[in-house]
Structures are given as structure tokens and as C-alpha cells.
Design a protein around this ligand. Sequence first.
Ligand SMILES: [Zn+2]
Length: 295
Amino acid sequence: MINNKSINMNKKPIDISIELKEVSPHAIIANYKDYFDLNAGVVILDNFIIVIDPLLLPRQAKEFRDKLEKKYGLPVKYLFITHYHSDHVFGVAPFKDVEIFGCYDLIENLKEKKEKAWTEEAFNEWKKSEPEYAQFIDEIEIIIPEKGFDKKRVITDNALQVEFYYSGGHTGCSSYAYFPNEKILFAGDEIAAGFWPFISDPTGDPEKWIKSFEFMLTLNIEAVVPGHGPIVKKNYIKEELTFLNDLKNAVLKAISENKEPKEINVPKSAYKPAEDWQIPRALDFLHNYYSNYRK
Ligand SMILES: [Zn+2]
């Protein structure tokens, strides 16, 4: 979701347990409740398994992978990463022997993060600030995927196939997966169900986000697996699209009236942000974005 390094927001006793749930005959998710209801997705094909995001911590990812391979008697062959946020990449280590991939922009963003933000010193600082997590933090490895794609990639196994689309939106490298055989969309953080949308990443692009939602609505979808939150129906995408458009119009109106970000008349949402700072930061970001925006 975010690039905040604190993983123990609630300061509760640490609980890293995960839960596996079936979505459809060949699709399942792993959920980590204690980190903003974080989801990883899975498609079980005839001869191998594709995993979509690894969960937050390597220890969780290992348990997740072991359970999958044991239950289905198949190897994980691919790990698709939906975007560069820490809660979607820090768990990657137990998958380093499989093909890890994402869009080209993901590779660029991860290289930059590894060089500038996720340094050894930064991880040491993190351990100092959350010593109860030190044992988990030590297991984190930043692995740059070797394989990228531009707009779309398709992986086929007999009659089953999974499609991967570059999107942009929540982040500049946001991508999602679609499993047409069972009409399942794995949306990454383009959808955070039950939360005010995760807008404000400096690489994000609301116009690409809107276009992606419009495209998703052309797909035949039975269930949407969000990056965070419960599984929802296609209608949720429509609601989010309406909200993004309403918010865009409110921002454009404020700009045309020379108003500040904090004066934007934010449309009502049924959902609260995961953290209080998100809405003011989103308004600053959108105000700046649409101030420079030419249709
Ligand atoms: Zn995210």
C-alpha cells in the first residue's frame, strides 16, 4: 500500500499468521489481516502455479508457498509483482528460484528504491525503531525481477491462461492480472476494498487509473481480488471509477477557482483512509497533478 516503514502500526502483539481462502476452482488468495488486510493471489494451472504478490514478510511467503505446493502437488513457476510498494515486494525472498516478473516500470522503480531507500542503513534504522520485528526484517531481500513486460503478457497452460496488464494509477508501475477462465481479476492496489483509495504515491497517475478502470469494466468479471480488503464484485470498480472522476472534477474546480488543496470539496466516500495522512496527501498530489494537466 504505502512506503511507510512501520509494519506494526497498532503496536499489538505480533501476529504474522496468514489465511488461505478459495476464490474459485483454480484461484485462491492468502490474506494477512494485520497489515491492512493484505492479499496475495494464486492461480493453479494444470502443470504449475502462478503467485501474484508474495505477502509482506519472507517468513509468511515461505509458509504460503510451502502450503500451496503441498496442497496442489505442483511447483510455483512464476511470481508476478503488482507494484513496487514494500508490502508487495518485501516477502519475495522464498520465491527467488522462480521467474519473478512485472512490468518494465516496476523494475526501474525497484532499482531506484534499492539504491536510494532500502539500503542496509535504512534497514538497520528500521530494526532499531521496531526491534520486535528485527528477526523478520533480517530475512528481507530486495530482488530485482529480470523479466519485464510492456503493456501485456499472457501465460498459457493447456486450456487455462492468465493475462497481465500494465495499468499505472495507484503507482507508476501498477499492474494487474486477469484469469479469464474463471473471470477473476487480481487488481493489486488499484483496488483497496473498504478503504478510501490509496492515492498519493509520487509516481501515481490518476488519469491512467481512470483508464484502467474503464478497461477493467470491459472484462467479464465474477470476482475482484483487491490488493487489500475483502473480495468484491465488479460493481466495486464502477463505484471507484465514479469516485475518481468526481474527485478529479472537484480538484479541477478548485484549481479553476485558485483554491488550495485543503479547500477542495472532496466528494463523499463510504470508506475511510487506512491512515489519516492519506487524504491531505492525496489532495496535495492531485492538485499538483491537475494543475499541470492538459487534456
Ligand atoms: Zn500499494
